[in-house]
Write a protein that binds this ligand. Structure first.
Ligand SMILES: O=C(O)CCC(=O)C(=O)O
Length: 279
C-alpha cells in the first residue's frame, strides 16, 4: 500500500545505539522467503553477467586483499543492480528499509549507489578495514549504508565486522592503493567485532564507521546488497563516484531538485563546487 504514513520505526534505544556505535544490526527486516527470492535474483544476475565476460576473466576483490591473505580469492559483484532487475528497485524503496533510515538521517533519503556482493564458498574475498568516507566524501557526513542479507552470514562466511564508536574519530587518512584501506597491521580484520547475521537482517552503518570482513571459508556463498544513502542536502566535497541512478529519492523529497528540475542531482552538487559536469 502506498501511504504518506510512516509505517516502521527504530526504537529510541536502537537510534541511540547507532549514534553511539556507528552501526546497528536489525533482525528480520525482510522475511526469509523474501530474502530467498532476492538471493535467487542476485545469483541469476551474476550468472547473466558472467556470460558477457571474456572467458577466463575472474571477478576479484580489492587489490589490497593480498596484504591480508595469500589465498586465491574471488568476489562476484555488480553495481546499481536496480538497473538489472526490478526486484531490487522494489527493495530499495521498501519502507521497512527507508523508514528506518529516516530515523537515522532524517525524512529525506537519497540513493547514492547499490552494490551486490556474492562471496563464493571457500574463497570469498575479504575486505581490509576501512571507512567508506574516502570513496565519496560529503560535507555533513549523513552518508550511510544498509547491508541487506540475502542469506545467512555467520563468522565463517566472512560476515561484516566493525570497530564500534570509530565514526566519532572523523575521517581518517587511508592508503589509496588497492582500494582505500587502513594499514592492515594496525587494523587487523580479526580484531574487529563480527556481526553475524541471518537472511533478512539489515546492518546499518555510517560511512565513517571502520568496517571490513573476513574470507568466506564455508561451503556456501554469502550474498548481500549494500545500499548507500544520504540526506539530499548533504553535498559531495569531491567530484567522484558518480553513478547511474544516483540522486533517486528512496523516501521523502529532494528540496533542491524542485528549484533545478532539469539537472541530475549529482551534476547539481558538482556544478555548485565549480566542477565540470554534463549538461
Ligand atoms: O560486504 C562486505 O563484506 C564489506 C563491504 C564493504 O566493506 C564495502 O563495500 O565498503
Amino acid at each position: 500500500m502506498i501511504t504518506p504514513e510512516k509505517q516502521y520505526s527504530l526504537s529510541p534505544e536502537q537510534i541511540e545505539f547507532y549514534h553511539e556505535n556507528g552501526y546497528l544490526l536489525v533482525e528480520g527486516v525482510f522475511t526469509p522467503e523474501e530474502a530467498a527470492y532476492l538471493r535467487d535474483e542476485a545469483h541469476a544476475l551474476i550468472m547473466r553477467l558472467m556470460k558477457y565476460r571474456p572467458e577466463g576473466t575472474k571477478f576479484g576483490g580489492w587489490g589490497s586483499v593480498k596484504e591480508v591473505t595469500n589465498l586465491p580469492t574471488e568476489l562476484l559483484h555488480c553495481h546499481n543492480v536496480q538497473f538489472h532487475s526490478a526486484a531490487f528497485s522494489r527493495l530499495i524503496v521498501d519502507p521497512r528499509l527507508t523508514d528506518r533510515v529516516a530515523d537515522l538521517i532524517g525524512p529525506n533519503v537519497q540513493l547514492h549507489h547499490t552494490k551486490l556482493f556474492i562471496k563464493p564458498p571457500e574463497k570469498g574475498a575479504p575486505f581490509p578495514m576501512h571507512q567508506d568516507h574516502p570513496y565519496f566524501p560529503h560535507e555533513k557526513h549523513t552518508m550511510m549504508a544498509a547491508i541487506v542479507h540475502f542469506d545467512d552470514a555467520p563468522i565463517e562466511k566472512g560476515c561484516v565486522r566493525v570497530v564500534p564508536g570509530s565514526h566519532k574519530l572523523g575521517p581518517l587518512p587511508h592508503i589509496p592503493e588497492g582500494g582505500h584501506h587502513l594499514p592492515v597491521d594496525q587494523y587487523p580484520i580479526e580484531e574487529a567485532v563480527p556481526l553475524p547475521a541471518k537472511a533478512g537482517d539489515v546492518l546499518f552503518f555510517s560511512y565513517l564507521t571502520i568496517h571490513g570482513s573476513g574470507i568466506n571459508t564455508s561451503n556456501e556463498p554469502r550474498t548481500t546488497l549494500l545500499v548507500q544513502m544520504r540526506d539530499p542536502l548533504d553535498r559531495p566535497t569531491v567530484a567522484t563516484h558518480l553513478s547511474r541512478g544516483q540522486g533517486m529519492m528512496l523516501r521523502g523529497i529532494d528540496p533542491l531538485a524542485d528549484a533545478d528540475a532539469h539537472v541530475p542531482s549529482e551534476s547539481r552538487h558538482l556544478r555548485s563546487m565549480g566542477a565540470k559536469t554534463p549538461q
